[in-house]
Write a protein that binds this ligand. Sequence first.
Ligand code: A3P
Length: 336
Amino acid sequence: MESSLPSTQILDSGESAEGKNEAKNYNEVMSTLPKVKSLNGYDYYLYQGFWYAPFFLEGLMSVQEHFNPQSTDIFVASFPKTGTTWLKALTFAILTRSRLSGSTTSALLSKLPHDCVPFLEYDLAQNPSNRDLAIPLVSTHVPYSCLPKSIISASCKIIYICRDAKDAFVSLWYFLAKQRRSENVEPLPLEKSFELFCNGIANYGPYWDHLLGYWRASLEFPEKILFLTYEEMKKDTAAHVKKLAEFMGCSFTLEEEEGGEVQMIISLCSFEKLSNLEVNKNGKHRPDTSIAIQNSIYFRKGEIGDWANHLTPEMGARLDDIMDQKLKGSGLKLPR
Ligand code: A3P
């Protein structure tokens, strides 16, 4: 997940008069929206059924109005902390493999995966040309029902990843806590954050509605939307890498498979490999901006079930019950 800032910081960033007017309009819209204190201490706004940090809401409103995708664009979509970094790395490595001739030259060795795939509601909201058009990958945390209509009407492909709610929550709490501590601010206690999360209050939340939007769309348009889980991808990464390649229209040839290309991509994108790279240990994401953040914050444990080390069994059961109720009748059951 990206950092969140009060909206006034965007207004002060010295854009054109037109840009300032637009930001002012977005602020006016925001002033009419319900808001609540969030997991990281900022206000979150309820917009089109979902909660947003102001910073991302402005980006979303902007791309809803202005964004024009290429019809060949493929969107990597997720709720924050559900496996975005891994999925970005894998899709990027798969799509760019032919021009790289092996992992040793991959941009993933010198750049954080988030710097290889532009983020819709920040990078492309700031400037639509913040991308290499030859690599048709864009990432987003925007819920399906809030995506710019242009993405739906261009029939772009979407790959969605999600994860057990308990692990997603714990991952999110640690991410926000590290971010807060780096700003010398005490994070919200885990129990208080948990309460908010169970009430659906998180950036891009409620979590269950985020899942359900993409899940239902994937049932309706299976050739356009691929729905994945972190847990299943961990269990059989090779099958998922092949599935991703097929879905993106660049299946592995027999020759590539026999030459170990699938395994090379898995190793390159593994938690162990990426988290130990110099760039991901010591580099910064968007270093020259007010939302600079340590790359290392995107890599914590990369394990399934770590929630049990941080939540009580009662807290786990409570979130499981909420998810069961919310997903009831949808046909979606997340691995636990
Ligand atoms: P944990 O906090 O449980 O360790 P996102 O990428 O959506 O922000 O999600 C972050 C989660 O994915 C973190 O989970 C992080 O450790 C894990 N992660 C990051 N890179 C990964 C990789 N290459 N393989 C598997 N998990 C990864």
